[in-house]
Design a protein around this ligand. Structure first.
Ligand code: WT7
Length: 668
């Protein structure tokens, strides 16, 4: 560790000097063989985006060509203007048409392990084509059509992949809601998207228990009343007992019965909506991030190919452990991977069920070559002990990836040694729901890695560390991470909220001449070698186990409980989650502040949002630290939650006695 560096109030204390270069063998086989080759390609992609992306896009299928690669009228980008394509076609039919119909597209493994081992289903591209087509026809029979938004609330079953691909096939957009979210969360999102159809499962397996998905959907529909969707399609998975509303509910199996195995792909305009995915922001309401067809397709295809160095016909088996409920699952289980014709593993369960070696068992049995997971999982594996990975043969692994939050160098080194056997490059991929695909990442054969750094920008990405005036900062100076040029998979907006789109991403970093940069919301620095080091969010968003939560969302959930008058939520360091949630609550008079209430409030937040939002620490207080103008001073709360004495400036604090009280009250 060296001394810290600081600019614009953003501090960086991490200094890591180890460098790991790819082996000669890895580099020789890779798409990009060296750092110089990467640099030349990157320079070209920035200088001539039209030429660069136009060539890549031609590797995929289009019904009719684009007239222009990029139209940029900040902050609005159009990519492959006027081009017509279909993403389902490029994931599935293109492989079948080229004679690869019998090859495995999806290798699915269920969670329960019975006497005969876990259930495994391997679906070929031809199986996918048939299954998707029948389901697409089934949806059409219910009146689902191009331009609709279909809500998907499912467990990790192959039908989930079929569902989203069937939407893409007929030109309906999807809105996938993570299966861990609550009925309230479903209701909010269904209304926002005016969704008329929900696809769900009876239940989903999670550590041997059944998550009652259909029950949650029923509850959401009840909350929605007249605004409830007209159709609920249910995949039978756990065979748990469920309620049934005739005329609204349909079994997936029955809906598909008798449907034709042929369903033509709808030629979609490059800028037609592909999906909406809700993510947290700094205000209470989640925002529906919009991604369109052509640019997203080309970008996720190329990032998958380059970041993981995927090549067909070389025995690659790719596994991303994310849930399709998050953007990682959209881009790097389905949409980017399938066009590369490498089988993608889909796993239903948890990493520690039935035992803490489950992931390594899956890797060994399926001979996984590419493994992509999150730092929070890696830290959990470290804690569970080396004996679990050591029990299994992990020699099939070639490339390891991480995503979701900064990875601490200790976890990086453990991953490198224990899982990668010191031979697998690690790609630490920085990106966001809004960016659609990897933005800053090493390429396995080309870019030497440094533990804790996501390294260098991907092709076409003009990333910089800047001030709010758009001035670029020097080496190792902390600042705002910004993107200066449009990239193909960038978000096209927030559903129904143009002002919020502009205000959140494009208003804060502006050059004096009016040029706007995309504001990622992360603080970062760039070292003297041009490597990026992400320091974390600079707004009121916290990253819990790699999943984004707005502190305001958790606060609104807390104050919606009758006992809580006011709440302030901040992040705090957490051994496994990276960042945990600390909540400071002021209670209504007469309410007893005790552990029973803590339990009630945690459960309440679980009901309002979902289990991931439950606070790790709840402190009760008579007052919150505020400025004279009434703004809660979160910085001080962060110090208290992380056990720091808090040497920062408190001159604007209205009532200094508050801090003493908060520190004393340290019952978690
Ligand atoms: C935020 C985006 C992208 C899919 C998962 C999360 C953080 C993401 C990294 C990384 C450091 C990272 C950032 C970002 N983040 N990847 N490799 N290193 N931080 O998607 O929910 O949209 O969250 O996750 O803070 O802004 P998301």
């Amino acid at each position: 560790m060296s001394e810290s560096t600081s600019t614009s109030g953003i501090q960086s204390v991490l200094q890591e000097d180890r460098v790991f270069a790819p082996s000669a063998a890895v580099s020789a086989a890779a798409h990009v063989h060296s750092l110089d080759a990467y640099k030349a390609l990157h320079a070209r992609s920035i200088a001539d985006p039209d030429g660069f992306w136009g060539e890549i896009a031609k590797e995929l299928h289009w019904y009719s060509p684009w007239s222009k690669v990029l139209e940029w009228d900040q902050p609005d980008a159009k990519w492959f203007v006027g081009g017509k394509t279909n993403l389902c076609y490029n994931c599935v039919d293109r492989q079948v048409d080229a004679g690869h119909g019998d090859e495995p597209a999806i290798i699915w493994e269920g969670e329960p392990v019975g006497g005969g081992g876990a259930e495994v289903r391997t679906l070929s591209y031809a199986d996918m084509q048939r299954g998707i087509s029948r389901f697409a026809n089934g949806m059409k029979s219910l009146g689902v059509k191009k331009g609709d938004i279909v809500t998907v609330y499912m467990g990790m079953v192959p039908e989930l992949a079929m569902a989203v691909l069937a939407c893409a096939r007929i030109g309906a957009a999807h809105s996938v809601i993570f299966g861990g979210f609550s009925a309230q969360a479903i209701a909010d999102r269904v209304v926002d998207a005016s969704s008329q159809t929900i696809i769900t499962c009876d239940g989903s397996w999670r550590r041997g228990n059944i998550v009652p998905l259909k029950e949650n959907v029923d509850e959401a529909c009840k909350m929605l009343g007249e605004k409830a969707p007209a159709n609920v399609i249910v995949v039978k998975r756990c065979e748990n007992e469920i309620g049934w509303t005739a005329g609204r509910d349909y079994w997936w199996g029955e809906l598909c019965e008798g449907q034709s195995e042929e369903c033509a792909c709808e030629p979609m305009d490059s800028e037609d909506l592909l999906f909406v995915l809700y993510t947290s922001g700094t205000t209470g309401k989640p925002k529906g991030i919009m991604h369109t067809t052509g640019g997203y397709m080309v970008y996720t295809y190329l990032t998958s190919k380059m970041t993981f160095d995927l090549r067909p016909d070389e025995g690659h088996v790719y596994w991303c452990t994310a849930d399709v409920g998050w953007v990682t699952g959209h881009s790097y289980i389905i949409y980017g991977i399938m066009p590369n014709r490498v089988p993608t593993v889909m796993f239903e369960g948890a990493p520690n069920h039935p035992g803490p070696d489950r992931f390594w068992d899956v890797v060994a049995r399926h001979k996984v070559t590419h493994f992509y997971t999150a730092p929070t999982a890696i830290r959990a594996f470290m804690k569970w002990g080396d004996e679990h990975p050591q029990k299994h043969d992990l020699s099939s692994l070639q490339v390891l990836g991480t995503v979701g939050e900064p990875i601490n160098p200790e976890a990086w080194m453990w991953y490198h040694r224990m899982i990668g056997g010191e031979r697998c490059p690690i790609v630490d991929t920085w990106w966001q729901t809004e960016t659609g695909g990897h933005m800053i990442t090493p390429l396995p054969g080309a870019v030497p890695t440094k533990p804790g750094s996501c390294t260098v920008p991907f092709f076409g990405v003009d990333a910089a560390i800047v001030t709010e005036q758009g001035e670029e900062l020097g080496a190792d100076e902390g600042g705002l991470l910004a993107i200066r040029k449009p990239w193909p998979a960038m978000l096209r907006g927030i559903l129904g909220d143009r002002d919020r789109f502009v205000a959140t991403y494009w208003d804060d970093i502006k050059k004096p001449d009016g040029t706007r940069f995309y504001k990622a919301g992360d603080g970062a620095r760039r070292d003297k070698d041009g490597y990026f080091w992400i320091m974390g969010r600079v707004d009121d968003v916290i990253n819990v186990s790699g999943h984004r939560l707005g502190t305001m969302e958790v606060e609104s959930a807390l104050v919606s409980h009758e006992t809580v008058v006011e709440a302030a939520v901040v992040g705090m360091p957490h051994e496994i989650k990276g960042t945990g949630i600390a909540a400071f609550c002021t209670l209504a008079s007469g309410v007893t502040a005790d552990d029973a209430l803590r339990k009630t409030l945690r459960a309440h937040v679980g009901n309002e949002i979902g289990a991931i939002a439950k606070p790790d620490l709840i402190r009760f207080t008579d007052v919150l630290p505020k400025t004279r103008s009434g703004k809660i001073m979160r910085r001080l709360l962060r110090d208290i939650a992380s056990g720091k004495e808090g040497s920062g400036d408190t001159t604007t604090l209205e009532d200094k006695g508050v801090l003493e009280q908060l520190r004393k009250n340290d019952k978690g």
